[in-house]
Design a protein around this ligand. Structure first.
Ligand SMILES: Cc1ncc(COP(=O)(O)O)c(C=O)c1O
Length: 249
């Protein structure tokens, strides 16, 4: 996460700046209650905090590397999402940045979590703040899971899991018979910086066979999952993936 101030922003009136100062402080205050951000101040503008860190603290003898996160930006992005797509609940992929303060702010806002491992599930469940409902608020979105991680998910009541192979379905039916499973579909990720479909996902033409197997194994097949790749530059990739998902459903 970066902190950027454009020239237009610099020309803001003092009232706007004051308002921004307050909202940043509120977001930090929220996180202080839940996690432990290392820097927060109600009297200082963000710019001054950055300046202090870079030019004053760096001269201290025990100075260590640091990074700055504008938690109010996380909050703004979440509110933007739910405002623009009120019927689509975001599930934050913990792997992107498992920072406790980010998780704490998102948890407080009512966000769901996409977890890829036992550690990530433990992190979001054990974070202070609102109590999560593991059945609704977490998806174990790793299509190839370790057995002890599946057992942990089961013990914590995390029911939604993704799969993209017959092996995973057999594993789930043995280890977690009541699991609610979502088929991870391979989609066109050619317009993305970081591509995943060579590693994860079932090609569209192979879905029918796996759906049949999920049914035979009496797993609760409840949805489709896909990832167009990270840093996707083409909105059509989402449109086409949703269309394919619709066909499967
Ligand atoms: C299921 C799932 N969700 C989310 C992510 C994170 O992707 P992004 O960095 O594009 O948010 C990944 C990446 O591996 C993933 O496999």
């Amino acid at each position: 996460m970066t902190i950027q101030r454009s020239t237009t922003q610099q020309a803001e009136t003092s009232t706007t700046v004051e308002k921004k100062k307050i909202s940043i402080f509120n977001a930090l205050k929220e996180a202080t209650k839940l996690g432990k951000p290392t820097i927060h101040s109600k009297d200082k503008h963000l710019k001054d905090i950055v300046h202090d860190m870079c030019f004053k603290k760096s001269k201290e003898e025990d100075f260590k590397a640091f990074y700055l996160v504008d938690l109010s930006h996380v909050k703004r992005q979440y509110l933007k999402w739910v405002g623009l797509m009120p019927r689509v609940r975001p599930f934050y992929a913990v792997k992107c940045n498992p920072d406790k303060n980010i998780i704490a702010v998102l948890k407080e806002l009512g966000c769901g979590f996409d977890c890829a491992s036992l550690n990530e599930i433990g992190l979001v469940l054990n974070m202070k703040g609102k109590t999560l409902n593991p059945n609704d608020d977490i998806i174990f979105a790793n299509p190839c899971k370790q057995i002890d991680h599946i057992k942990y998910a089961k013990s914590q009541g995390v029911t939604h899991c993704t799969f993209d192979s017959s092996n995973e379905l057999h594993k789930l039916s043995r280890t977690y018979p009541g699991a609610k499973v979502l088929l991870r579909l391979a989609v066109d990720d050619s317009k993305s910086i970081c591509r995943f479909s060579s590693k994860f996902g079932v090609p569209f033409e192979d879905c029918e066979e796996l759906i049949k197997l999920a049914k035979d194994l009496k797993l609760d097949l409840c949805g489709v999952s896909f990832h167009v790749g990270s840093g996707c530059t083409d909105a059509n990739a989402f449109v086409n993936a949703v269309k394919d998902a619709k066909k499967i459903i």
